[in-house]
Design a protein around this ligand. Sequence first.
Ligand code: GDP
Ligand code: MG
Length: 177
Amino acid sequence: SDDDSGGEEYLFKIVIIGDSAVGKSNLLSRYARNEFNPHSKATIGVEFQTQSMGIDGKEVKAQIWDTAGQERFRAVTSAYYRGAVGALIVYDISRRTTFDSVGRWLDELKMHSDTTVARMLVGNKCDLETIRDVSVEEGKALAEEHDLFFMETSALDSTNVKKAFELVIREIYNNVS
Ligand code: GDP
Ligand code: MG
């Protein structure tokens, strides 16, 4: 949207969803602060982190929301989803049950959104190749079926984390500009 100074500012809300312990909080802390926590407990306090990137010479701010662990009780509220224009739906490639839950998360996201949402399916923990439980092909196929972007990531070794967030932010920008 235009402001009076002649420049343009963008602020996009992005939500991270998926089963408990798939690495949502660590993906965000890796992206926003380049930090990883091997013993992370349920997020306390901070609801979101803001991260900026430049696109077409404009400053684009992403306000990225993390759950406070309420997904454990299937109690993510509509306030969490309100106004979101982007979403990362995360599963853990070493735990198939978290992949099986993706459909339910997509339904919940759809139920709560009243606008176009840029959506990316994220298979996190790709560093755990030796105990992989969901193949890359399965991830790709599910993403194609639901018309989602797809990437495997590792919050632990940083693989594709920045790429995943920035691709979603760019897609949102394309949707609104
Ligand atoms: P959340 O409940 O989805 O927010 O998951 P967390 O970010 O709290 O992570 C749950 C557990 O998985 C923690 O012990 C993390 O250290 C671990 N974890 C998160 N991301 C990765 C990753 O990419 N690779 C590995 N090996 N472990 C991860
Ligand atoms: Mg968390």
